[in-house]
Every structure is written in C-alpha cells, then in structure tokens.
Design a protein around this ligand. Structure first.
Ligand SMILES: *Cc1c(COP(=O)(O)O)cnc(C)c1O
Length: 548
C-alpha cells in the first residue's frame, strides 16, 4: 500500500500543470473526460521532435526526413502494439475519434443502401450519431437506437431484438462520457457478429481507463482520441480490420494517399496511407506514442483501482449532501460522476466550484439524446484520472456541500444603479465580486411566471433566460429579465442596472462590454459561453437601434 501511494505521488509530479494556481486556488482538475493533462515526457517528446527531427515524412531524400518518418512510423507501431492490433496497417491516423467515425461513415458507409440498418445506442456522443444521420440522409440507411435502462445501462434484450439480417453495423461507445457506464462490448460484438453485422466501438472514454485488446474484443472498427489519453490534441487513430480497410475506398484525396496520379487515372496508395491524405500531425503522433509507452510502464490495474477508489469516495461523500442526485448507476463505470443538485442550476454549480479552483464540466456533454431520455437539460460531471488525489475529491465534496447550504449574508436589492456598479467596482478580486453577483441573483425579483413565455425567451442559452422590454411614456426604455441560473440572474441585474431608464440613444452609446471588462466579468460575454447574457445584450442593442 505504502509503495502504491508513493508511486501515485510520483506519477502526479510528472504533470506540471497540476501545480498551477487558478484564481488564487490550487487547481483541482476534475474535467478529465473532456481532456486529460499531459505528463512532462509527452511535452518533452513533442518539443524535442521540433528541436531535433522536424521534417516532412515519407517524401524527401534527406536524413532529417528519414528520421521524422522513422519516428512517425514507429509511433504507429506503438499504437498497434498498445491495442494488440494484428499489424500497423490496421492503424489509421486521424485528428481524433470524431474524424475517425466520419471516415468510416464516408468510406465504408458508401456501400450501404436504402433500408440497410445501423444500430446506435442512447448513450452515444454526438460524434457517433451525427455522421450516421448524415449518411442516412444521403442513402436512406435506417438508424435504430438501443434503449437505456433507468440505471444507465443499455437494454441488451432490446438490442437483441433490434438485430436482424438488415443490420449492417452496430456503432456503440465502449464507455459513456456522460454517465460513465462501461458497455459490455464483447457481448455486443458477439451478438452483432452472429447477426452478420459489423461493429464499431467508440473508445474515446475507455482507453484512458481500461486496457483494451482488440484481437480479443474482435471489434471491426475501434476509435480513440490522443488528448484523452494524456497525449496532444489533434491526433487519434482509427483501428480497422485489415481486410475491411483494404476494401474501403479512400475518403479524402491529396498527397500521400496516392501511388500514381495522372489526369486520366489515379491509383491509390496501400494501407494505411490510402486514408491519410496530406501532411499529418507528425509531432502529435510522437507525443501519443510517448504517452502510450509511458502508460504501459505502469501496472494499469493499480491505476484503475485508485481511480475506482476516487469514484467511490466521491459517490459516498456526495450522497451525504442534501439534494444530491447521482445520474446513472451502472454496475460497471469508469471514474466519472454525473449529478444534479435539487434547485441548483448546473451553471451555478460549475461557477461556484470554479471559484474554488475545481474544474468540472456542466451541460449536455455532447449527448443531447441521452439528456432527453433522462429528462434533464444537463448534469454536472466530475471525472477523475489516476493523478487525482483523495484530498482533491474531499475538497470537491466539501465545496459541493457548502453550495447547498443557505448563504446568510443579506444584500440590499433596491440599491440605486450607480451605487451597485460602484459597489462592484470597489470590491477587490473577482471572486468576491462573484459572491456579490450570486447574492444579487438570489435576491433579484425576476419575472412573474406569466411573463416567462416563449415570446420572451432568449434563444441560444445553456440556461433559460427571459427578457421583457417596455417603452415608458417619457421615451426611456426599461428592461426586466430572469434566468433559471442564479449567476446569470445576477449578471442580468447588472445589465438592467446599466440600461434601465435610458433613452435609445443613450443605450446605443453605452459601452456594456467596457463595463464588464472593468469588472473582470467579460468572459461571460464571449459568444462561446452560450449562457444567454450576450444574446440578451445584443437584443437590447437591437431594440434600441430600431427605436432610434
Ligand atoms: C470525447 C469523445 C468523443 C469525441 O472525441 P474528439 O476527440 O472530440 O474527436 C467521442 N466519443 C466519446 C465517448 C467521447 O468522450
């Protein structure tokens, strides 16, 4: 036990980013299912490649290019060995899982005809849904969906009933990125093969946690992303059985994927190059090979045990918290915990955790059909890697617990507009300012239920946000807003304060971005936040311009 503790500490030390402070707090990185951090050896291998070996691969006559090609192809062998593929020819470099699935859909999918069926599951990431929908639109393939049991496991009985001689492909995830469920992929492969169908497995969430042996699993296609296994972004691989890949047409044309090109006829290169048009992400393949070799140097079962211990600690601790609801409780899960807190919006939870340096993911996790099935707009997800510690998990539990406790500080809700902004300006540090804004959000009047209609709903928001605009007899405008996320409600009070009782001219002239920047709240205005604040402000400006 003592030894494994030291080992885990040593492993953690190899991740330089984990020592960072964010907003004055130590970073507690629990967003590993979105992307993992990189060990020093991976970072070094990428930088060494650029310092010592950078050249284009497979082409030039010079020594540097030969060196780069050797590293690049040896990285491919590493992936093949790591997954226990039969040969390097079965490993195609991609930008990641998403690109790999698109490759299969666009290339292998070409042979499918109207009425052929593809079976997906309710647990799929959008990456394993949308490419098949696009294919279905092109050639009339029918998609069938394996339903979900209430505990977050797939309904295998229903799966068996969906299988028929029309089934051409079963495309399912190995582990769910939203609930953690580990699917019985070996059984799924067996059943699908018995029905004469091929199987594609999305391994993006499985590979960081589980040892995968593709000859044993016997899947026909398997995909993963480097960035989720401690390697750089922009690299991943598609594994495909050689005879299948060999029979598939290329999907992107260009250099590298050809043998001979003339304007009359072009012949294609052999596997795996046939599917690798253009200059690849060479440095990332080297980083990926380094990450996999590094992982192989450990006793994986020890790392897995530690991750499962973290998960259990989190589940046990969180279960004591009032209003905590774990979403999904499959008998076998990778180390991630999806949950909701009664009466707390996920956006608020995410922000309050962030204030304590805890990085989690909130939202639909790119699995909207699954959220629909669960009847939830989204969840909060804490995902653990083996470099996380029990102390971090306890910090997470305690912070979550404190979120559910009522705040006692009172705030004057009818302070005059100027005084509110002035007050926020003098508060030092954005953390304290957030606390104030959350309190504002809590005490804000909001809108009466009858005004929270679709007519007033502002589109494009992670939370529901409403805006009502009134023109006063004296020509000024007033705004009333509401949101189901407290942080957004608070920020909207700020917006109201800035704009209310001003004329259209004054509104057009007012620099709200400047104000938010001054208060260090501008990240909430970025278009990618999708929190509705930007949309509300744009709507106000639009209205003022038209009223002008
Ligand atoms: C992350 C993820 C993907 C998409 O991976 P990219 O690296 O973004 O291409 C697909 N499926 C699952 C289960 C994932 O977790």
């Amino acid at each position: 036990m003592r030894d494994s503790k030291t080992l885990l500490q040593d492993i953690r030390k190899q991740f330089p980013i984990l020592n960072q402070k964010v907003n004055g707090n130590s970073l507690t990185y629990l967003d590993n299912a979105a992307t993992t951090q990189k060990p020093q050896c991976v970072i070094d291998s990428v930088s060494e490649y650029y310092q010592q070996s950078n050249a284009n691969v497979h082409r030039a006559s010079h020594a540097l290019s030969a060196d780069a090609t050797l590293l690049f192809e040896s990285a491919r062998s590493t992936v093949a060995r790591y997954l226990n593929a039969r040969s390097e020819k079965e490993i195609i470099w991609t930008r990641g899982t998403t690109e790999g699935i698109n490759l299969v859909a666009n290339s292998w999918g070409q042979q499918l005809k109207a009425g052929d069926e593809i079976i997906l599951s309710t647990l799929e990431h959008h990456a394993n849904i949308v490419p098949w929908q696009m294919l279905a639109q092109r050639n009339g393939v029918v998609l069938k969906i394996i339903p979900l049991l209430d505990n977050g496991e797939l309904d295998l009985e229903q799966f068996e009933k969906l299988l028929s001689n029309k089934t051409r492909l079963v495309a399912v995830t190995h582990a769910s990125n939203a609930l953690g469920t580990i699917n019985p992929v070996k059984r799924i492969v067996e059943l699908a093969h018995q029905a004469g169908a091929l199987v594609l497995i999305d391994g993006a969430q499985a590979l960081p946690h589980l040892k995968v042996d593709l000859q044993d699993l016997d899947a026909d296609f398997y995909l993963f992303s480097g960035h989720k296994v401690f390697a750089p972004t922009g690299i991943g691989a598609l594994y495909g059985k050689e005879e299948l890949l060999a029979a598939m047409p290329p999907w992107q044309g260009g250099g590298e994927m050809i043998k001979h090109v003339s304007f009359d006829q072009t012949t294609y290169n052999d596997l795996p190059f046939k599917f690798e048009a253009g200059t690849p992400n060479i440095s990332a393949t080297i980083g990926l090979a380094t990450a996999l070799n590094w992982l192989s140097s450990f006793d994986r079962s020890l790392l897995e045990q530690h991750e499962q211990h973290l998960l259990k600690t989190a589940i046990d601790g969180c279960s004591q918290i009032k209003g905590f609801n774990r979403i999904g409780s499959a008998s076998e899960c990778v180390s991630l915990l999806s949950f909701t807190l009664t009466d707390q919006h996920q956006q608020d939870i995410g922000l309050l955790l962030d204030q304590q340096g805890i990085a989690v993911r909130t939202g639909h996790h790119c699995a909207m059909p699954l959220m629909q099935r669960l009847g939830l707009p989204g969840t909060t997800r804490a995902s653990f890697a083996f470099y996380n510690t029990e102390a971090e998990v306890n910090h997470f539990i305690q912070t979550l617990d404190s979120i559910t406790r009522p705040t006692t500080v009172a705030v004057e809700s009818n302070s005059s507009p100027e005084s509110l902004i002035d007050k926020l300006k003098v508060i030092s540090g954005w953390n304290a300012r957030y606390r104030e804004i959350m309190l504002l959000g809590k005490s804000a009047k909001g809108l009466p239920q009858q005004l929270k209609t679709d007519e007033h709903l502002v589109k494009g928001c992670e939370s529901n946000t409403w805006l009502v605009i009134n023109k006063e007899p004296n020509g000024t405008l007033t705004f009333a807003t509401d949101s189901d996320a407290r942080i957004i409600r608070g920020l909207l009070v700020l917006v109201e304060t800035a704009f209310n009782h001003k004329t259209a001219d004054q509104i057009c002239a007012f620099d709200v971005d400047g104000l938010f920047k001054q208060l260090e709240l501008d990240r909430h205005l970025s278009p990618s936040r999708g929190n509705g604040l930007r949309a509300v402000i744009d709507k106000i400006y639009q209205f003022a311009q038209q009223a002008n």
